[in-house]
Write a protein that binds this ligand. Structure first.
Ligand SMILES: [Zn+2]
Length: 160
């Protein structure tokens, strides 16, 4: 944890080649962890004179901690691989699957492109994947949103 009073907010800037003031700001970054891209929001120090990022003692440790905490919040969520399994299992395409699960029609396509699902939606996908009766219930709930063919194909798997 970095504790900085106003007076202490100076450090050596390698761009300016001298001690300069800096501001701590939040920055959005994307890190690839096990072939999947995750968004993180980390703290960086910006030189008030040249605007470049500065390396401040303790900041790397803080970033590691920030990334670790944020990763743990999303790590248990379903991945595109899980969704693909569900699509294959129920012989259903991305958009109909999205509708069948009660999501907006672009929700599953976005997850397939790497967007991290909400915890709630992730739980719905996981339940559908692990329980045919849950999938059957979802299909019946949203039957009117699906084409007859898509519904029948998926329903046949859910009740088999
Ligand atoms: Zn500088």
């Amino acid at each position: 944890m970095i504790v900085i009073s106003k007076k202490e907010r100076r450090d050596f800037c390698i761009q300016c080649r001298r001690l300069t003031g800096y501001l701590l700001q939040k920055k959005d970054i994307v890190r690839n962890i096990r072939d999947r891209e995750y968004p993180f929001n980390i703290t960086v120090a910006i030189c008030t004179e040249c605007g470049e990022e500065m390396s401040i003692p303790g900041l790397i440790d803080k970033n590691v901690q920030e990334i670790d905490e944020q990763y743990r919040a999303v790590a248990g969520l379903v991945s595109p691989v899980d969704i693909e399994r569900l699509m294959k299992l129920y012989r259903i395409e991305k958009v109909p699957l999205s509708l069948a699960l009660g999501f907006g029609e672009m929700t599953i396509p976005r997850y397939m492109e790497g967007q991290v699902p909400s915890r709630e939606n992730s739980d719905v996908i996981r339940s559908a994947l692990s329980s045919p009766s849950h999938m059957k219930q979802k299909l019946m709930e949203n039957r009117e949103l699906l084409t007859e063919t898509a519904f029948r194909k998926a329903f046949a798997v859910a009740v088999s």
